[in-house]
Design a protein around this ligand. Structure first.
Ligand code: IPE
Ligand code: IPE
Ligand code: MG
Length: 235
């Protein structure tokens, strides 16, 4: 990266490949998730240092509940431990943390930790870190529609794109400029469907636990060379 390179304001990451990383190293899938948490620390630090405004991390999808209980339980435990352990570091780096997803269907102990972290870091003015847990893009659109229907007698119709966005769980957060997905998979897997309408995609074969600051830097470099036209013609 050079100082004159165009920097994305909002980067989102589909952190994939923990299981394959574990398999490759002869370890259990849950060990891969533990190593994945280390990569989260690295990526967060790098994004904050670089001056990215918003970093979104897809940590657990609605569909991930389809995995064995042994794995989903370990992931929830890991998320709780990570949030607790990392809060002082996030405070030190002036990072505000938000959690997005169907949080009210998480175990109360998990929800409590997440709320505590949001409250503690809520006044921070540096980067915003958004962690998506029990999230899916279709869920987000549907919960927006349901909120709209509840508000319907007082609703101004037809509703605009901006007004609709105001009902999504990500209201107030700019749409992602860059989406990074690790592990070689090239799909969205039900992440922010509405919000990624014009996001630049960057796919890398690197497995998430191996994703280091240098890999992040390469992704940002690739982004700086993209020409975003938004349907228009170049000036
Ligand atoms: C990403 O790694 C972490 C989560 C989806 C929670 P995976 O667990 O999906 O790893 P692979 O895709 O099986 O390698
Ligand atoms: C996407 O990874 C979800 C997260 C990173 C949390 P998955 O591993 O669940 O996605 P698929 O099943 O390969 O599409
Ligand atoms: Mg996966």
């Amino acid at each position: 990266m050079h100082s004159q390179d165009k920097l994305p304001d909002h980067v989102c990451i589909i952190m994939d490949g923990n299981g394959r990383w574990a398999l490759k190293h002869g370890l259990e899938r849950n060990d891969g998730h533990k190593m994945g948490a280390e990569a989260v620390r690295d990526a967060t630090e790098f994004a904050a240092e670089t001056g990215i405004g918003y970093l979104s991390l897809f940590a657990f999808s609605e569909e991930n509940w389809g995995r064995p209980e042994q794995e989903t339980g370990a992931l929830m435990q890991l998320i709780m431990e990570y949030v607790e352990k990392e809060t002082p570091n996030l405070m030190k780096n002036n990072i505000r943390v938000l959690f997005k997803g169907d949080l009210y269907h998480l175990r109360p102990q998990v929800l409590e930790r997440l709320e505590q972290c949001m409250q503690t870091t809520g006044g921070n003015t540096g980067m915003t870190l958004i962690i998506f847990i029990n999230y899916s893009g279709k869920w987000d659109i549907l919960q927006a529609v349901n909120k709209l229907l509840e508000a319907s007698p007082n609703l101004q119709t037809p509703i605009s794109y901006e007004a609709f966005s105001g009902y999504l769980s990500t209201t107030g957060i700019p749409d992602p400029d860059l989406m990074i997905r690790t592990s070689g998979e090239e799909r969205i897997s039900n992440f922010m469907l509405w919000q990624m309408a014009y996001t630049e995609f960057y796919f890398t074969p690197v497995l998430w636990p191996d994703f280091r600051k240098s890999d992040f830097r390469v992704a940002l470099k690739a982004y700086s060379n993209r020409k975003r036209r938004f349907g228009k013609i170049e000036e």
